[in-house]
Design a protein around this ligand. Structure first.
Ligand code: B1M
Length: 212
């Protein structure tokens, strides 16, 4: 097994300490941080992401893998910043106003980060104005919203209208998700994309920003 395969394997197993040791070992071998990130951390997370999509693994496994990946990413982050390695894109994400459910949104964020995106996570119960403000200040490629309640999903429309009013609608793509949300609803409120699960969400985001 190469060191890349070993790291990817430990990410899949969710072994944070092993990931930490192996990433440091790889850096000791003077392997570039970007290569370690893409060929081991992201590669391992992509496999988990696919398995999750195919019901071959479940939420707890995704969460521990994402944690292990984040441990590795945190070691590489300063080195990547030094080299000015560009992320695939930037996404502002959050659960919509009135809604405290954040487990699905967190998984979407972790998988997007694992796929190479920079994530600005606004948290849960996020007012439409905060989405718009963040889209203005952070200049993201994507605004991603999650809703778990039939009573709160309507607030996604308010965000899209807010982006339109602020003149930002043409510069960001909007993706929405969450249990009560559907493709038909996404089309109805003028979102650019919808995903029923987090791994599909990553595919949709990649398509929207033109990297897939
Ligand atoms: Co609540 N809850 N809850 N809850 N809760 C639901 C959603 C509910 C369906 C339960 C039920 O009645 N059967 C129901 C909603 C009914 C409806 O609106 N039709 C409900 C209710 C009513 C409520 C309260 C109102 C209960 C009360 O107080 N009377 C209350 C609301 C509080 C509020 O938000 N204001 C409430 C509270 C809570 C807890 C706080 C206790 C807790 C949330 C904890 C937390 O998130 N930190 C909770 C939970 C855990 C649930 C259930 C059991 C599980 C939700 C979950 O995390 N699923 C849920 C019942 C259920 O769904 N079976 C329920 C796992 C998660 C991974 O899935 O979020 O769907 P999900 O995300 C998926 C996809 O949807 C997709 O990818 C994810 C991973 O594959 N996805 C995206 C999600 N966001 C995406 C964004 C994307 C793309 C894909 O792009 C941006």
């Amino acid at each position: 097994m190469t060191i890349f395969e070993k790291i990817a394997d430990e990410v899949q197993k969710g072994h944070s300490e092993a990931v930490e040791d192996l990433v440091n070992e790889a850096l000791g071998q003077e392997i570039p941080a970007e290569l370690i990130m893409n060929d081991s951390l992201v590669a391992g997370m992509n496999i988990i992401s696919e398995k999750f999509k195919n019901n071959e693994c479940f939420i707890p496994e995704v969460l521990v893998s994402a944690k292990a990946m984040t441990v590795g990413l945190n070691i590489l982050r300063p080195l990547l910043a030094e080299k000015n390695v560009k992320p695939l894109g930037k996404a502002v994400i959050g659960t919509i106003q009135g809604d405290l459910h954040d487990i699905g949104k967190n998984i979407v964020g972790m998988l997007l980060q694992g796929a190479g995106f920079e994530i600005i996570d606004l948290g849960a119960d996020v007012h439409a104005d905060r989405f718009v403000e963040s889209a203005k200040n952070e200049n993201p490629d994507i605004v991603g919203m999650s809703a778990l309640l039939t009573t709160t999903m309507i607030n996604m429309k308010t965000v899209i209208e807010g982006l339109e009013k602020a003149g930002l609608r043409n510069s960001v793509k909007v993706i929405i998700g969450g249990a009560p949300v559907t493709q038909i609803y996404a089309e109805k409120i003028g979102a650019d994309g919808y995903a029923a699960d987090a791994a599909t969400g990553v595919d949709v985001v990649k398509k929207l920003v033109g990297v897939q």
